[in-house]
Design a protein around this ligand. Structure first.
Ligand code: FDA
Length: 582
């Protein structure tokens, strides 16, 4: 062991969490180095649903358009279809991922971005290319082995898998973004609650032109209720579109107590034939891999100078499509804090807010994703398909729903209701956008004395904008000259932003007088920004003369309803608390 490589932030892992941490840090000018175990980025599709909040993050990091250009657009994602096989009988559909007209309106009102389907093997190169172009140093085939930390930094030992030797990397901070078997999290002693290996699943990636079974009901997910589909897995057989309508990924369960099946091509093809239901269509198997459904989350995301993000601290099934979304959002929450601590603007206490803000989100999404699996059971129950039975019995139960009897009508009602209930998995807009970081637990949020208004509607299904400290800045379309932009476009880029209106000059002066960089945005007639639709005035929950201080990650940190003679002091106090100087 000879060389010691130095950097500010060492990132272990180049998945969605590590790649987006690198991208954000490089965007903010923080030197960082990524080590990743394999010779390439993800080579299978894996995570894919990309929600509006993640698209907002990518918009701020300047790669939204690259993602949109490669992703399957929202309108092709949205008919989650339940069937006996793609060629078989259809049992019902749920309008999904913002494609229900009412939900679509809520999506359009909530964000300047659209959700899309961006498979992980396409997403990672976008993030990593941009990160490297902005300064990230990246080492493939480099495995993290261990670390020690002291008062000034972290020393990690890594192994160059090409040469076989080890060397040390000295960093001021270490980010463990090394996925569901995180060694960094284990070495840092981050306690995990829950259970690994709750159920067994197999992913099979294949090519087949399935246009005739899918293009008329475009969807990201086709759920198959077939004999054996309730064993292990994620609630039913799943045929997932990777590229419309020729590239696919099947998820099929196995009994975890019996161990993973032998993943031969013949096995993979038999599963594909069962779920597609057409023995004649040409199929090319590209890969098969086994994985387990996990229900685990860490209570703490950091230990000293070591921070973990993504699957390293929350492990859950793909239901609701929360995996890479939450991982990217973890990294985005952490990156600006590291930047401000590293450049001396903030004290290390700011970093405590990372666990305080993100651990509850991790717990929430692990719980939701696993609950979504359980909520698929009533679809089978409606068809009396949960008890052990022969395939013939299952088909007879499914056929019975067509009878002209009272019992069959009840069965049809139960099936409709069970499928409709799956909106909690496929249209849970609130789960995507309603995160709130409470001032009671996070010092990076300043309470404004108002009571928590709660949610008017189901908080999992419906997004509710709020400008209360701890909420993400509400989106409204505003204008600047001939340009139309979102309020979210005025914030971000690694710096704080103060939003006010006519009569808010004291706030502007106060912001300009602070030691920390704060962009100022004045919205009103004749100002740099105008609110021609009145949307912002309806959403902002302050008066013209009030102010919102928005963090670099788009969350409101401080709110004051109106003008204040002591604006300078109020803002300075707020910043002292947020930046860990209080
Ligand atoms: P991720 O696992 O993506 O990345 C971890 C990174 O760390 C990798 O680059 C890895 O090489 C690296 N690494 C690990 N140990 C290391 C070490 N010791 N040294 C150096 N580098 C190391 N989700 C979903 O929503 N739908 C889906 O269908 C699937 N399917 C799926 C299939 C398979 C096979 C997997 C493994 C995962 C999924 N997922 C998924 C989950 C989804 O991929 C996951 O939630 C995100 O990728 C999490 O992103 P992270 O960046 O946290 O970890």
């Amino acid at each position: 062991m000879s060389t010691v490589v130095e950097t500010d932030v060492l990132i272990v892992g180049s998945g969605p969490a590590g790649a987006s941490a690198a991208l954000a840090l490089s965007t903010y000018g923080v030197p960082n180095l990524v080590v990743t175990r394999y010779a390439s980025l993800a080579d299978t599709p894996r995570a894919h649903i990309t929600n509006q909040r993640t698209m907002e993050v990518l918009r701020d990091l300047g790669v939204e358009q690259e993602v949109v250009a490669q992703a399957t657009p929202q309108h092709l994602m949205g008919n989650t279809t339940f069937c006996t096989s793609l060629a078989g009988e259809e049992l019902g559909r749920v309008r999904s991922w913002g494609n229900d007209p009412l939900v679509q309106a809520e999506h359009e009102l909530a964000s300047p971005t659209r959700m899309c389907d961006m498979p992980q093997h396409l997403m990672e190169p976008v993030l990593v290319d941009a990160a490297v172009a902005r300064g990230t140093r990246l080492r493939f085939e480099t495995e993290y082995l261990s670390h020690t930390q002291d008062a000034d930094g972290v020393t990690a030992t890594v192994r160059d898998r090409l040469r076989g030797d080890t060397y040390e990397i000295r960093a001021k901070y270490l980010i463990g973004a090394d996925g569901g078997r995180s060694k960094v999290a284990a070495d840092a002693g981050l306690p995990m609650g829950g259970q690994m290996g709750v159920a067994g699943s197999v992913n099979i990636v294949f090519e087949a032109d399935l246009t005739k079974y899918t293009a008329h009901r475009p969807s990201t997910l086709y759920w198959v209720l077939a004999p054996g589909a309730t064993v292990g897995g994620i609630g039913a057989g799943l045929v997932r579109c990777v590229r419309p309508w020729t590239e696919w990924l099947i998820v099929w369960g196995y009994d975890v107590t019996a161990g993973a099946p032998d993943l031969t091509t013949a096995y993979a093809e038999s599963v594909v034939r069962k779920l597609v239901g057409d023995d004649d269509i040409p199929v090319t198997i590209k890969s098969s891999s086994a994985w387990t459904v996990n229900e685990m989350y860490a209570e703490r995301y950091a230990n000293g100078r070591v921070f973990c993000a993504g699957d390293a601290v929350h492990r859950h099934p793909p239901s609701n499509g929360l995996g890479s979304n939450t991982s990217i959002q973890d990294a985005y929450n952490l990156a600006w804090k590291l930047k401000l601590v590293l450049d001396g603007t903030a004290g290390p206490a700011l970093l405590d807010s990372y666990t305080a803000e993100r651990a509850p989100v991790g717990r929430q999404i692990v719980t939701r994703a696993n609950q979504s699996i359980r909520e698929t059971a009533p679809v089978f129950e409606a068809l009396d398909g949960l008890s052990p039975q022969t395939p013939e019995q299952l088909w007879a139960n499914i056929a019975a729903r067509k009878d002209a009897t009272e019992a069959a009508e009840k069965q049809r009602d139960r099936l409709r209701e069970a499928i409709a209930f799956k909106v909690y998995e496929f249209n849970a807009h609130g789960v995507d956008l309603n995160q709130r970081y409470p001032a009671e637990s996070s010092a990076a949020i300043v309470p404004d004395g108002t009571p928590d208004p709660g949610f008017d509607r189901d908080p999992e299904l419906h997004h509710q904008p709020s400008s209360r400290p701890g909420a993400r800045l509400p989106h409204a379309w505003i204008t600047s000259g001939t340009r139309t932009l979102s309020t979210l476009d005025t914030v971000g880029r690694g710096r704080f932003t103060l939003l006010t209106g006519i009569g808010g000059e004291d706030w502007v002066c106060a912001a300009e007088a602070q030691d920390v960089e704060i962009a100022t945005v004045v919205i009103g007639p004749g100002q740099e920004y105008e609110d021609p639709y009145g949307d912002w005035a309806r959403l902002r929950e302050i008066t013209d003369t009030g102010a919102l201080l928005v963090r670099p990650d788009g969350f409101v940190a401080f709110r004051h309803a109106s003008a204040a003679p002591d604006a300078g002091e109020l803002l300075a106090d707020a910043l002292r608390r947020i930046l860990g100087h209080a």
